[in-house]
Ligand binder design. Structure first.
Ligand code: SF4
Ligand code: SF4
Ligand code: FES
Length: 555
């Protein structure tokens, strides 16, 4: 491999790499605005200037190709002085409205200004004024005064979203980002431009002014909007989710997520219709009861029916652990009518990230033995309608759930549902158990590629608070969440479905003994060929591709 000297150290590099890439691989972050690892190089901000021996002028490291024997200084006096000059130039017209800017706290310009700015401006002229609230599209607001014309958003739109909707208009210090007159920046991935804008020029119409960055905690999780399972961060303040952001995973979603996943997969967590505590049907409505009563009521009703008169409907929205224990419970009761239904919407996918399967864990449900093939689910609907099946136990489903089962359920004698929110599905239920959402529990999903990925609690439930009370620091670290355990805000009395089923097992004469999602996964890893020998802790941030899997066959 060729070698060069970087800040006094000899390092190897691959042919064709630029200096900024070589530096990054060696733990040196050269300041930059316009360069982004997934976009083409535009070289317009000049922030990444470095000193190269035998080249009289500084060079921009984002477009200079590394060559054998180069001697590069990223922090020579000349390079640092140039960086200061570039910053002074950018700040000539920048409004410096950090106190009211959403980006403050995670702004590249702010960080570099602290590191390199001279502290005060030598300019006495008035700053240029430009439009401060331009609706570029339904989800993205543009502040032209804050824009540093790096063109990242323009390149993103063209190269990643594959819709060239943005361009620069005007010239010199009048330059601005704009859409073609009458057009809108409305592609399904537009909000990624907000993330990669190095300043606060692009802000989210949904999140704008809701919270300061430093007031929130962030927890690593997985988007539930489709079977891609984009890696995300869940940002929470006062126990309420404020925003989702994509998290880098080269094998799944790179730096991106779609706007639908970002905006429409978290608001149900703090919605008014959350199921808070166990409920039993009382006349037309529901009565909140204590857990023991609901569990006893459910067990008594299930015992009234022969196994062939009961159906268990698993879920592509619940975790691997939830479905595993659900399947185990069905088997313990001798129930053979077990299936799940998928949420595949033909034609709704694209060649970027979005898949046609709108549930995060259909493959996970399949792999633990719950199927949806051979018309099994339709057969179960028919048997409920013609009263061969009289009792139905349903695991968490989608909120806009609307399919043949709803109609069929009206004919069932007993319906038990695990639900996060009241809605159409709970209307026909006799008992509703409050299921913790993906943002409130530990567990795993398997995406369409066969990658098992972890979700972690970002929002506290009453149950989580109780179970974490007195947890040692090492267990707390292992638990893996960064949520603020002292945060304020509503805690719902909800539990993971595997936990509810574990509690129910004592009432139906089948003692399951799991304390944590990890215990369920360990059992799965000891028994199931696809999960064999996977350690829950080793799934890590990037997930693990399951073995012995023919994805073509299963999705
Ligand atoms: S809006 Fe942001 S990303 Fe786009 S050109 Fe301006 S500074 Fe760069
Ligand atoms: S592509 Fe799918 S998983 Fe990714 S953000 Fe969109 S809905 Fe979520
Ligand atoms: S990052 Fe190199 S010129 Fe902008």
């Amino acid at each position: 491999m060729p070698k060069l000297t970087l800040d006094g150290k000899e390092v190897e590099f691959k042919e064709g790499q630029t200096l900024i890439q070589v530096a990054r691989e060696n733990g040196i972050d050269i300041p930059h605005f316009c360069w982004h690892p997934e976009l083409s190089v535009s070289g317009n901000c000049r922030m990444c200037l470095v000193d190269v021996e035998q080249i009289p002028k500084l060079v921009i490291s984002c477009s200079t190709i590394a060559t054998e024997g180069m001697v590069v200084e990223t922090n020579s006096e000349k390079a640092v002085d140039a960086r200061k000059a570039v910053l002074e130039f950018i700040l000539i017209n920048h409004p410096l409205d950090c106190p009211i800017c959403d980006e403050a706290g995670e702004c590249q310009l702010q960080e570099y200004a602290y590191a390199y700015s001279v502290g005060e401006s030598r300019m006495t002229e008035l700053k240029n004024h430009k439009p401060k609230r331009v609706e570029l599209g339904p989800n993205v607001i543009y502040d032209a005064e804050r824009c540093i014309s790096c063109s990242r958003c323009i390149r993103f739109s063209r190269e990643i979203a594959q819709e060239p909707q943005l361009t620069f208009v005007q010239r010199g210090d009048r330059v601005m980002v704009a859409t073609f007159p009458g057009d809108s920046f409305d592609n399904p991935y537009s909000m990624n431009a907000i993330d990669i804008c190095p300043v606060g020029a692009l802000t989210s119409a949904d999140f704008r002014f809701k919270s300061r960055v430093w007031e929130m905690s962030k927890t690593e999780s997985i988007c539930t909007g489709c079977s891609r399972g984009c890696n995300i961060e869940v940002w929470v303040r006062d126990n309420q989710i404020q925003r989702l952001k994509p998290r880098f995973n080269n094998d799944v979603n790179s730096y991106w997520m779609c706007d639908n996943g970002r905006l429409n997969t978290f608001k149900f967590v703090n919605a008014d219709n959350r199921v808070d505590g166990a409920h039993i049907k009382n006349g037309e409505g529901f009565e909140k009861v204590d857990w023991e009563k609901a569990l006893e009521f459910t067990a008594e009703n299930l015992k009234k029916y022969k196994p062939e008169e009961i159906a268990f409907i698993g879920s592509a929205f619940a975790t691997v652990e939830d479905n595993f224990v659900f399947n185990k419970m069905a088997k313990a009761l001798g129930v053979k009518n077990i299936a799940y239904f998928d949420y595949v919407v033909s034609g709704s996918g694209d060649n970027i990230l979005i898949t046609e399967d709108k549930a995060p864990n259909a493959l996970g449900a399949e792999l633990v033995g719950i199927k949806n093939s051979n018309g099994e689910i339709e057969r179960i609907f028919d048997d409920v309608k013609n009263k061969k099946i009289k009792a139905v136990y349903i695991l968490e489903q989608s909120h806009d759930f609307d399919n043949g089962l709803l109609e069929a359920l009206a004919d069932a004698e007993f319906v038990a549902v695990h639900a996060t929110n009241f809605g159409k599905l709970t209307e026909n239920a006799n008992v509703v158990f409050p299921a913790a959402t993906y943002a409130e529990k530990n567990g795993t999903f398997v995406n369409f590629q066969g990658r098992v990925q972890r979700i972690k609690p970002a929002v506290a439930t009453a149950e989580l608070d109780r179970s974490l009370d007195g947890l040692s620091q090492s267990r707390w670290d292992k638990f893996g969440t960064e949520f603020d355990r002292w945060n304020q805000g509503k805690r719902y009395d909800a539990k993971s479905s595997w936990k509810i089923l574990t509690m129910l097992s004592a009432y139906v004469g089948e003692k399951l003994r799991y304390n944590m999602a990890e215990d369920v996964f360990e059992e799965l890893a000891s028994k199931n060929e696809h999960f064999k020998n996977i350690d829950y802790d080793e799934i890590g941030d990037a997930g693990i591709l399951l073995k012995n899997l023919n994805v073509e066959e299963t999705v």
